[in-house]
Design a protein. Structure first.
Length: 594
């Protein structure tokens, strides 16, 4: 396969070409609505508020803050939203759509999962009222599926009861493994309810040492892999039966998170809604929640395939899934109308976002574009048939988004595949790089390095590109750069939270979110030369990793994605869904989301 070619000498020429071009109104507007909006993280038709607040905190000068009092500012509404997956929301056809996933240890302590697969919700964006929810399972497509489904639902209820009794003690053991104090009095109190399910639990704290109860690592891993099988030996048999159907008993092993394994953001063409689950299921729904078609790819679950979100490329739904459990992960195009397979190609990466969809003029002829898919393992495939057109490009940070503007893609060039399998080969320098893609023919794609080696932020989550400008959020700092040359345009400092996932541009605001629910907000100019940090807005009344909690409610995941529309911003925590905006102003959705 042809490899990418660095053409540093063309930078000046490309800059002149770009300057003379009329910038289109956004990156592929109307293509689809899905992961990171349309794949760019840019929401144009927006006039959001710039500040919001839910709780005031005290003890900011100490190691651990605590909530002081509730003080809501610019929260239009907030509703409970449990058991969500580590993916984003979309608004299409006037409804807000989000995914949830069975599993997630934190929720087993206080809420039963009453569905047996993944689940899709729809909400009224004006009020937060739940409109419908649909269980996205494929039990009808597997042998003895109906019986297995009943078994999973019964298991959900049983595990909730057991884990509710164990979780407070388990959390205390985890704290102890980190050097925090667990005294005798607290241990005796916490162990009372757990003893009903684990009768020989030592009565005294000192007796824990060297026993099966003394967790030295992740509390959940200890609970599921060691403690539970000792008293409930049938759990392994149940797990094996369910695994054969493509499901998991305990999807997110080893993490104290109220998460399922699923990470995809749904995608929509404005008419129908599509999604793919970690369990190998692909679904097409209408806007009432009715399943139009579904498909099971066979085989078991796969963590790598759980991460890339589906995208739409014309009439093709592009997914990464597990084949039949024998051939491993595959890229696949399905006919979006029927679910019928169009093509498939091997997939060698992991921990990736979905591909970038690019329309490239063939030999510079805008009337003859070729639609291609650029994946994070460095390959470019032709969308219509899956033919590989290029390979060997540098990779993104694990699971991070690309910055995209027309035919230019900004990547965080670290390791060759999203999972870190090989060293950097192109571009040669680690750090961020800008690549301009061209198609000399329908069968060949090339990319020129415009610049490389910039360290724009610490995690690769705070970078968004819009109209020839690269914006980068870092802790207490924001910067902008020329997309073509990489030259700095502006830098500003302020009290800004560290962005994890995922920064967006909404109107004239650049916004990032950390895992505590703190949002960094910066006002930006169209040319990137003016950056005005507004500060940090915060949601939630719990501190990430707070000691003493049986569940980490109000935690905001690394994978949290904003969705902005009109005069509102939508954010969800592990337990709640927020609509940010002036509650005295009626909802206005962007035209493309109506």
């Amino acid at each position: 396969m042809p490899r990418f070619i660095a053409i540093a000498s063309l930078v000046a020429v490309l800059h002149a070409m770009c300057a003379s071009e009329a910038a289109p109104p956004g990156f592929r507007p109307g293509q689809y609505i899905g992961y990171w909006h349309d794949g760019s993280g840019v929401f144009r038709d927006c006039t959001p508020v710039a500040t919001w607040n839910e709780w005031d905190f005290k003890g900011k000068d100490k190691k651990e803050e605590v909530p002081d009092k509730e003080r809501r500012v610019n929260i239009a509404w907030k509703v409970p939203h449990y058991n969500w997956c580590n993916g984003g929301m979309i608004i299409t056809g006037g409804i807000l759509v989000a995914m949830s996933d069975r599993g997630g240890y934190g929720f087993y302590a206080d809420r039963v999962a009453e569905f047996a697969g993944a689940e899709m919700f729809a909400y009224d964006p004006a009020t937060g009222k739940e409109l419908w929810k649909t269980d996205l399972d494929h039990w009808d497509l597997v042998p003895q599926g109906a019986e297995l489904r009943k078994e999973v639902l019964a298991l959900n209820r049983s595990l909730t009861e057991i884990y509710r009794a164990w979780a407070p003690l388990g959390m205390a053991l985890r704290e102890r493994s980190k050097g925090l104090t667990l005294d005798e009095t607290r241990y005796r109190e916490l162990s009372k309810t757990a003893r009903a399910f684990f009768p020989d639990l030592p009565a005294d704290l000192a007796a824990l040492k060297g026993t099966v109860y003394d967790s030295s690592g992740y509390e959940q891993l200890h609970f599921w892999k060691t403690l539970l099988p000792k008293y409930h030996p049938n759990i392994a048999e149940i797990r094996n039966r369910i695994l054969k159907a493509g499901y998991l008993v305990d999807p997110w092993a080893g993490k104290y998170d109220p998460l399922g394994i699923n990470m995809q953001t749904p995608v929509s063409d404005g008419n129908l809604i599509y999604t793919h689950t970690a369990y190998g299921g692909v679904f097409c729904l209408d806007k009432t929640g009715k399943i139009i078609w579904k498909k099971w790819l066979g085989g078991g679950w796969d963590r790598g395939a759980a991460i890339p979100s589906p995208v739409l490329a014309g009439d093709h739904l592009i997914i990464v899934g597990v084949d039949d459990g024998k051939k491993g992960e595959v890229r696949m195009a399905l006919d979006k109308k029927t679910g019928k397979e169009v093509w498939r190609a091997p997939f060698g990466g992991s921990y990736q976002t979905g591909p970038v969809v690019l329309d490239l003029p063939i030999a510079g002829d805008a009337a003859r574009p070729v639609r291609v898919l650029y994946f994070q393992d460095g390959k470019v495939l032709r969308a219509k048939d899956g033919k590989e057109l290029a390979s060997g490009i540098g990779a993104m940070y694990t699971g991070r988004p690309y910055g995209v503007d027309r035919d230019i893609v900004v990547i965080g060039n670290t390791l060759q595949d999203g999972g870190g399998a090989a060293k950097v080969s192109f571009p040669e320098q680690p750090g961020h790089a800008a690549l301009r893609f061209t198609a000399p023919s329908e069968d060949k794609v090339e990319a020129a390095i415009l610049w490389q080696g910039l360290k724009l932020d610490g995690l690769g989550a705070g970078v968004v590109v819009r109209d020839g400008v690269v914006f980068a959020l870092d802790r207490n700092k924001v910067s902008s750069f020329d997309l073509i040359t990489g030259k700095p345009l502006a830098t500003a400092s302020g009290t800004l939270a560290k962005t994890h996932h995922m920064a967006i541009i909404a109107g004239d605001l650049l916004i990032g979110l950390d895992e505590r629910g703190c949002s960094a907000v910066v006002q930006i100019s169209a040319d990137g030369k003016t950056l005005k940090p507004i500060g940090t807005s915060r949601l939630g009344d719990r501190v990430y990793g707070q000691a003493g909690g049986a569940t980490l409610d109000k935690k905001f995941s690394y994978g949290c994605q904003f969705f902005a529309s009109g005069n509102r911003i939508f954010i969800r925590s592990m337990t709640d869904l927020y609509c940010i905006g002036d509650p005295n102003q009626p909802l206005r959705l962007s035209k493309e989301h109506q």
